[in-house]
Design a protein around this ligand. Structure first.
Ligand SMILES: Nc1ncnc2c1ncn2[C@@H]1O[C@H](COP(=O)(O)OP(=O)(O)OP(=O)(O)O)[C@@H](O)[C@H]1O
Length: 329
């Protein structure tokens, strides 16, 4: 659905050249919710703006739905862009226009008929719970409502892709959850492909099927969210994940083997640890733990201290049951 091949983008200024994207390859499958994370300046916005060619790469090719956008003439590019909606952190609404007119704007610019515009705008306002706000102005709405207007406006041309640039970063946690639930339902019900830039790891856990981690204009790691978050392969990913977590190390006992266990999927709910403890006579003390969810997939992470003669056997048995076990030094 989306394919970037060897995309490079430099910005030149008085201070010199800055490589915002450095030979980036990326593939996003149809119907996927794809997250892009990284520190400020890593190149996330430039990457996402390259997908609809708001930012033109200096080198490399961009394909959307098997069509090479980088090879299109202006009129064909305008048509291709209609399949790609975009929403923004600060909503980018026109303050002097009503909610209805903000949503209608892309259709007005395309020269659609009044009847068609009215039908489509009514339908979107109904779907997004905005009907009662039709005649209000953006300043009269809350942040979450303004983002709903942004989403409605992005959906007017019935895109198959929605690019979300820090779409929840200006919202409080409850409103963030509300907008994420809406994006999640648009993905599930309309099959909309979502590419979502965020600096909030919780947003990625909540909605993203896959994630790419960016650093200095490159994608340093990419994979299923659960794989990247539970087994980060790069220092950049580990440092992003460590942010906001407690930095107090789990207490360590003076004897025994300390290990980190990861349970995934339905296995999260199996009493496998106590069963294997009983069968091998190996006791365990829980030092730290967390349970949660990656989109639909439940997971649990435990740091435990094994105590007993047959610790190696208990660890092999856990691995045989599908529990990931990393023995800590
Ligand atoms: N229009 C521009 N002119 C000059 N430099 C730019 C421009 N746009 C981006 N850059 C530079 O390119 C690099 C990548 O910027 P980009 O906005 O893509 O990063 P980001 O990961 O989205 O960061 P943030 O989270 O702060 O938005 C930065 O060093 C930035 O200063």
């Amino acid at each position: 659905m989306i394919r970037l091949e060897g995309v490079t983008r430099q910005f030149r200024s008085a201070a010199g050249a800055r490589t915002a994207l450095d030979n980036v390859d990326l593939t996003v499958a149809p119907g996927e919710v794809f997250g892009v994370v990284g520190r400020s300046g890593a190149g996330k916005s430039t990457l996402v703006r390259t997908i609809n060619l708001l930012e033109r790469p200096d080198a490399g090719r961009v394909f959307v739905a098997e069509q090479e956008l980088t090879g299109l003439k202006p009129a064909a590019l305008r048509a291709a862009r209609r399949r790609i909606g975009m929403i923004f952190q600060h909503f980018n609404l026109l303050h002097s226009r009503t909610i209805r007119d903000n949503i209608a704007l892309p259709l007005v610019l395309e020269g659609r008929s009044r009847a068609e515009i009215a039908r489509r705008v009514d339908e979107l306002m109904e779907r997004l719970g905005l009907t009662e706000h039709a005649r209000k102005y953006p300043a009269q709405l809350s942040g979450g409502q303004k983002q709903r207007v942004g989403i409605a406006r992005a959906l007017t041309s019935e895109p198959s892709i929605l690019l979300c640039d820090e779409a929840t970063s200006a919202l409080d946690p409850e409103t963030t959850e509300d907008i994420l639930a809406l994006l999640d339902s648009l993905n599930r019900e309309l099959g909309l492909t979502l590419v979502l830039i965020t600096h909030e790891m919780e947003v990625v856990r909540r909605v993203c099927d896959r994630v790419a981690v960016m650093q200095d204009g490159r994608i340093v790691e990419t994979g299923a969210t659960a794989d990247v978050f539970l087994n980060p392969q790069t220092a950049a990913t580990r440092s992003l994940l460590a942010e906001g977590e407690s930095h107090t190390a789990a207490p360590r006992p003076t004897s025994g083997t300390v290990a980190r266990l990861v349970f995934r999927g339905q296995g999260t709910f199996d009493p496998v640890l106590s069963r294997i403890s009983r069968e091998t006579g190996v006791d365990h003390a829980i030092l730290a733990g967390r349970i949660g969810r990656f989109r639909d997939q439940p997971y649990g992470q435990l740091e435990i201290a094994f105590q007993g003669e047959h610790t190696d056997m208990a660890i092999s048995r856990l691995r045989a049951e599908g529990v990931e076990v990393e023995v800590l030094p």
